[in-house]
Ligand binder design. Structure first.
Ligand code: NDP
Length: 278
């Protein structure tokens, strides 16, 4: 079984640097898929209220035989639940669906700056943390002005920011901001959603050099940058492949070549204009 390194978050909690994402895994398949990931050695699972698979995810963890305290479970507050009271209610509903007493990490899914509710939402997150119902609180898709407001107007610094990040969108400025404030960077769609980047000749060439797949090269790149990474797959061989990334190292030449793949291309919405609350 692979040994996944941990990072220490700014509140002292330890988190696996590589986890498993379950966006677009239907609830009735989530139990089997998450069970497979736990068998393969993943100990961090990333779900969200919006993914509608918290129940299947929770069932898989409960049935796995892996003690709950050995699994790092993340879920996210959906956009329509922002606001102090609504957040507290939504958290209770997530916990009930997950069938657990606590989550390890709770994230605000999107900032929705046009609604201006993320500061109140964050105050509810601080209460959940103070009450011991979450071990760590963080955000997702926040940009520096949104993070800066939390830093200026509230007391808890988010432990991490989960953002779109892959070789075509490397988020260098945001990563620099995070480092300056002890906020960890977590990469969503780390494999570029399995699209073009996996056939890019720079990536496949580095894979050939190390005897590794394109996905393994990209995941290794994330780990060496210091990112937390949460690839998703429903394919058993890929679930295995994506955690088998600890037996090799990219060299400076490889890292420089991947740095050159930045195009600024987003696969998901722009967080400053994303306003979907459906
Ligand atoms: P990923 O970059 O993880 O790519 C997933 C896709 O790549 C799937 O189609 C999968 O196919 C394919 N794939 C996985 N492994 C391999 C491999 N080794 N070789 C070839 N293809 C592969 O995309 P996601 O968008 O799912 O991002 C990962 C996680 O990030 C999500 O599941 C979710 O937890 C989180 N996320 C968070 C967001 C946010 O707003 N906070 C937004 C988007 C994602 P298959 O499953 O068929 O094997």
């Amino acid at each position: 079984m692979s040994s996944v390194p941990h990072i220490t978050l700014n509140n002292g909690v330890s988190m696996p640097q590589l986890g498993f994402g379950v966006w677009q895994v239907p609830d009735d398949e989530a139990a089997a898929t998450v069970a497979r990931a736990l068998e393969a050695g993943y100990r961090s699972i990333d779900t969200a209220s919006a993914y509608q698979n918290e129940e299947g995810t929770g069932r898989a963890i409960a049935a796995s035989g892996v003690p709950r305290e050995e699994v790092f479970l993340t879920t996210k507050l959906w956009n329509s639940d922002q606001g102090y009271d609504a957040t507290l209610r939504a958290f209770d509903a997530s916990l009930a669906r997950l069938g657990t007493e606590y989550v390890d990490l709770y994230l605000i899914h999107w900032p929705l700056p046009m609604f201006d509710r993320y500061v109140d939402t964050w105050r509810a997150f601080e209460k959940l943390y103070a009450d011991g119902r979450v071990r760590a609180i963080g955000v997702s898709n926040f940009q520096p002005p949104h993070l800066q407001r939390l830093l200026d107007e509230t007391s808890a610094v988010p432990v991490l920011n989960q953002v779109e990040l892959h070789p075509q969108l490397q988020q260098e400025q945001l990563r620099t901001f995070h480092s300056a404030h002890e906020i960890a960077t977590e990469a969503w769609s780390p494999l570029g959603q399995g699209k073009d980047i996996l056939t890019d000749p720079v990536i496949t060439g580095i894979g050939t050099k190390h005897g590794r797949t394109a996905a393994q090269v990209i995941l290794r790149w994330h780990l060496q940058l210091g990112n937390v990474v949460i690839p998703k797959s429903v394919t058993p061989s890929r679930i295995q492949e994506n955690i088998d990334v600890f037996g090799f190292e990219l060299d400076a030449e490889d890292l420089a070549a991947i740095a050159g793949l930045e195009t600024g291309t987003r696969l998901g919405p722009d967080p400053s204009t994303m306003d979907y609350t459906g």
